[in-house]
Design a protein around this ligand. Structure first.
Ligand SMILES: C[S@@+](CC[C@H](N)C(=O)[O-])C[C@H]1O[C@@H](n2cnc3c(N)ncnc32)[C@H](O)[C@@H]1O
Length: 247
């Protein structure tokens, strides 16, 4: 049976790749690198840089494949299901094309495969593969480390959610700490900022890293404007934030 190694590579810093990740990469016969189109080229390029820095002297083939585009026109769940089917097929086709005899195939997963990432769900569509996960540093860990803050208060729970959930449903019940990912629209603007602190970070781990923290009421406008400028300068942005309210 063929192994599929899902290797968490952290959030854009070569030094986030763990020794276990390096060993897994070096043990692979083939590493698949998704191409998302020119606007996201940095991420494919970063995967190539990581490969270059850890694979010297190893006989590991690299193969790019075009990541299928999700059809956003109809029902969301059906669109995601069809998209995952298409990605599973793209993985299979790339393996058949580039290394049909490969025993160990690897994918370099942004952050960690367990957090807002679908590679495990996609891999489950390919029953002939035995999945191995090598954990990576998540964007949430990179955020809390960059600000040197704990994610939770003593003995207290926290929630990790998306910008869409925060915008549509408001502050989640039962918690005073909320981490927000996948937020293209700065959903924190929809909250009453009174009594809320924010710790925001973009491009965490990368040379372009940006950090802003403080009372939401005071920092909201600065985050909006710095974020918009950075996005237009680089052509893309990835950001995450932690909100904590006084209980
Ligand atoms: C599809 S999710 C992938 C999360 C990833 N699996 C992880 O473990 O962090 C992408 C989201 O992660 C966050 N993210 C990933 N990399 C980041 C970075 N370098 N800086 C800030 N946020 C990042 C952003 O919220 C982005 O919208």
């Amino acid at each position: 049976m063929r192994d599929l190694l899902l290797i968490g590579i952290g959030t854009g810093n070569r030094d986030h790749v763990t020794l276990a990740g390096v060993q897994a990469m070096r043990s692979a016969d083939l590493i698949l690198i998704p191409r998302k189109g020119p606007d996201k080229a940095d991420l494919a390029d970063l995967r190539h840089q990581i490969c270059e820095s850890v694979l010297s002297g190893c006989d590991v083939a690299l193969a790019e494949f075009d990541l299928p585009v999700r059809d956003a026109s109809g029902d969301y769940r059906a669109g995601v299901d069809a998209w995952h089917d298409a990605i599973a097929k793209a993985w299979s086709d790339a393996i058949d094309r580039h290394a049909p005899d490969a025993r160990r195939v690897a994918l370099l997963i942004w952050g960690d495969p367990s957090l807002y990432d679908s590679s495990l769900r996609i891999a489950a569509r390919l029953p002939d593969l035995r999945v191995r996960v090598i954990p990576g540093i998540t964007a949430l860990q990179a955020l809390t480390a960059a600000h040197a803050i704990p994610v939770n208060e003593i003995g207290a729970p926290f929630i990790v959610t998306t910008g869409r959930q925060l915008r549509d449903k408001g502050w989640p019940p039962g918690v005073d700490t909320v981490a927000v990912m996948l937020d293209g629209d700065c959903a924190f603007q929809t909250l009453d900022p009174d009594g809320i602190e924010i710790w925001w970070g973009a491009y965490l781990g990368m040379a372009e890293e940006m950090l802003i923290s403080g009372p939401l009421a005071d920092r909201s406008a600065q985050i909006l404007s710095d974020r918009a400028q950075a996005r237009s300068r680089h052509g893309w942005i990835m950001d995450i934030y932690l909100l904590r309210r006084r209980s």
